[in-house]
Design a protein around this ligand. Structure first.
Ligand SMILES: [Zn+2]
Length: 731
């Protein structure tokens, strides 16, 4: 059911916050979505409430069946397709992927030369992250049509389409839209699923856990939006970063000023604006905090109507009062500072971090090298840092009123290669730590004793921009920037979404070797605090200053992959079985800076069950980044126990001994037998215990055959429902 809760005092807000209900908190009231058990909890607080919609399912059905004048999923897709087909020079439909239920995650980009990435500010409007807030998709899809049909007719629109790259993404959550529900098809509130200061709200499984979140995140990653507006409904308010903490973000002044521009150019009588955390209420895992915290974009939630589904007679009204403000944002996205960053020797664009004053940094476009950031008229200092280049600073940049200051940079390559943290991709500080300033950009770039303190039991993920390659020695160093060394575990992955594999623990500044993980390289590094010390103090947790890759000069061979091929002379199941002959394939990659020539590789084992027949075939010479495979025939004795692990030593050398290394390879023979067969006759079973986080331990058991077997069998459930974590753990 949907329930309105009236909030008069800070105590009221606090009482409600402790319940961690799903929903939104606005100035003076909240709108929450409850199951019957939760209504009982709400009653117990004594807060004043009113049930707005007793049966949400019936309500959604009614909306779906009666309000034909809304654009529905099929209408919106059809309108986007038709604009892209009718106006191919300025409108392109871009597919990000599929929703949980297989619907299109798709946006339109509108610009002249729409197929070419140009030196233009980019701006995003998205809608429908909450599927039941219907006006939001209307605003965005109608703007696609509005820009297309007025291009070449309306001078202002023509000018904007020619000089901006305008993104419109009408349905971030198409499944929610179709079912007229807030959540995606996995029941997750997508505006709590974002990775920057994620904290498990709204049923989120983890940072960026849902396909809808990943899709928009990748778009943000590849396109630095100057302004990113996310439309919502439920009140009328512009909610700006931060939403996760009460103090002002470093970009507060120009964000507030631009929110004022949206408000005053719109047709609302008085569209209020302010910081999400204090103007509405603290939430973790919002898209606005992530796009601001990770990319330095001006990013906000635009709450455009008190009704989530206003009468259809008002659709046009809400759209029309937002048009002038949307046009103003397109215009203003070209104000502030801008320029192009290139390599001084080649003229190629450089992927760089752009630091304007002490604001959160933004990024250059990787194809063109251009950057754009909205700031107020005034005098600014810009520093550009980039992996492989000397930093450059320009001072006294004067930004005019209603215009931009253009400053181009030509960066000199460094004498020795450099490779530091590039982007702050995700983080969690359990229950937040407002006592620390949360300076996440502090851990990017070279070591400088400016830190981000990751919080007690906190973690963060750093994107290194491109992979750190595994070499024969330690591959990267994690720097702690203060005098009191603290403990942490370090994980690596090739993808932002993992899986992350541990490469060990450290105390203070520590070096790590990627080969411990079994991966040939790693682009994403996750630092996890060891939980020592206090939570709510400044500098809580490990103080991450920088991550720096080490470089191997010369050739550097690593094992990229190895596998069994038993398709010839074996049973073809991809495994070596007892009594079977198969080929063991080994793939080598050159992770070094010079060509690997005359590669010599030998493989040995002292395993009594294994016979190696002959020598490995030859590897070709490998230029940096190249791979090649070779194989050797092996035989497993019929007596090999199923599940037996065989270890091989692989000696590799090249360039007449200039490089040599030994790798350990392990394969499993046959299918391992089942080693654990636990019958849960009692609960918890002997040697196990249960535990719960946040809402206490809610495990219960019953002896029945509800699971479909023969009674008695144990059935496990938690009741009442909980947003916390529940675990069944062995001693
Ligand atoms: Zn919303």
């Amino acid at each position: 059911m949907e329930v309105r809760v009236n909030l008069y005092t800070n105590e009221d807000y606090q009482k409600l916050a402790e319940l961690r209900f799903n929903g939104d908190v606005y100035p003076g009231f909240a709108r929450v979505y409850l199951i019957p058990d939760e209504l009982e909890k709400l009653k117990a607080t004594g807060l004043e409430y009113e049930i707005l919609v007793p049966d949400l399912e019936a309500h959604s059905k009614m909306i779906r069946e009666t309000k034909e004048q809304w654009h529905w999923y099929d209408d919106i897709i059809a309108l986007m397709d038709s604009c892209a087909t009718t106006f191919p020079d300025i409108c392109k439909k871009v597919m990000f992927g599929q929703s949980v239920e297989g619907r299109q995650l798709t946006a339109c980009v509108i610009s002249d030369n729409v197929d070419i990435e140009e030196n233009e500010p980019e701006i995003m409007f998205d809608g429908g992250i909450h599927g039941d807030e219907l006006c939001c998709s209307e605003n965005t899809v109608r703007m696609i049509r509005h820009l297309c049909v007025n291009y070449g007719i309306d001078q202002e629109i023509t000018e904007l389409v020619n000089t901006r790259e305008i993104w419109l993404y009408p349905m971030v959550n198409p499944d929610g839209r179709v079912h007229v529900v807030r959540y995606n098809a996995n029941g997750v509130d997508l505006n709590r699923d974002w990775g920057y200061m994620w904290d498990g709200w709204g049923g989120s499984w983890g940072a960026y856990s849902q396909p809808e979140t990943k899709a928009l995140r990748q778009c943000m990653y590849n396109h630095q939006f100057v302004v990113h507006t996310t439309y919502h409904a439920g009140t009328e308010y512009i909610s700006c970063p931060w939403s996760y903490r009460p103090d002002h973000c470093p970009d507060y002044n120009h964000i507030m000023q631009l929110a004022g521009v949206y408000s005053s150019t719109s047709g609302y009588a008085n569209l209020e604006y302010g910081q999400g955390c204090t103007g509405m209420y603290p939430i973790n895992g919002s898209s606005k905090d992530t796009n601001y915290g990770m990319m330095g974009s001006i990013s906000w939630s635009m709450e455009i109507s008190y009704d989530k589904q206003p009468p259809t007679s008002q659709i046009y009204y809400y759209w029309s009062i937002n048009i002038p403000a949307m046009i103003a944002m397109m215009e203003y996205s070209g104000y502030g500072v801008e320029g192009v960053v290139t390599d001084a020797e080649t003229g190629d664009p450089v992927q760089a971090i752009v630091w304007v004053n002490d604001y959160f940094p933004t990024y250059t476009d990787k194809e063109v090298g251009d950057y754009h950031k909205y700031v107020l008229p005034g005098t600014y200092t810009i520093t550009i840092t980039a992996n492989g280049y000397e930093s450059q600073t320009v001072t006294d940049i004067v930004v005019p009123s209603m215009g931009s200051a253009v400053t181009d940079f030509q960066l000199q390559p460094t004498a020795e290669p450099t490779h530091y943290g590039y982007k702050f991709s995700a983080s969690q500080i359990p229950d937040n730590n407002y006592a620390d300033e949360g300076n996440t950009p502090g851990c990017l770039g070279a070591p400088d004793n400016i830190n981000y303190s990751i919080g007690k039991n906190g973690w963060c993920i750093i994107d290194m921009q491109y992979p750190i390659l595994d070499g024969p020695y330690n591959d990267f160093t994690v720097f702690e920037g203060d005098d009191s060394p603290e403990g942490f575990t370090c994980y690596v992955s090739q993808s932002i979404d993992g899986p992350f594999v541990s490469v060990g623990t450290g105390i203070g500044t520590t070096e790590f070797n990627i080969s411990v993980s079994g991966l040939p390289d790693a682009q994403f590094i996750k630092i996890y605090d060891d939980g020592d010390g206090s939570a709510n103090v400044a500098d809580a947790g490990f103080d991450l200053d920088a991550i720096s890759a080490e470089f191997i000069q010369g050739p550097n061979l690593v094992v990229d992959n190895y596998y069994i091929d038993d398709s010839i002379g074996g049973n073809g199941d991809g495994k070596l079985d007892p009594g079977e002959n198969a080929d063991l394939y080994i793939v080598l990659r050159n992770n070094g800076t010079e060509t690997a020539e005359n590669i010599i590789a030998d493989i040995y084992t002292n395993d009594q069950y294994i016979t190696i027949n002959g020598q490995l075939t030859d590897f070709a010479d490998l230029e940096p980044g190249q791979i090649d495979s070779a194989y050797v025939n092996i035989f497993a004795s019929l007596l090999t126990p199923a599940g037996h692990q065989t270890d091989f030593d692989l000696d590799v050398s090249c360039n007449n001994g200039a490089f040599s290394n030994t790798f350990l390879l392990s394969i499993i023979i046959g299918t391992p037998p089942i080693l654990v067969d636990e019958h849960f006759d009692t609960f918890p079973p002997d040697g196990w215990y249960t535990e719960g986080a946040n809402n206490g331990n809610n495990w219960q058991s019953s002896n029945s055959n509800n699971a479909g077997g023969v009674a008695p069998e144990a059935e496990f459930y938690w009741s009442p429902s909980t947003l916390g974590q529940q675990r069944l753990v062995t001693n």
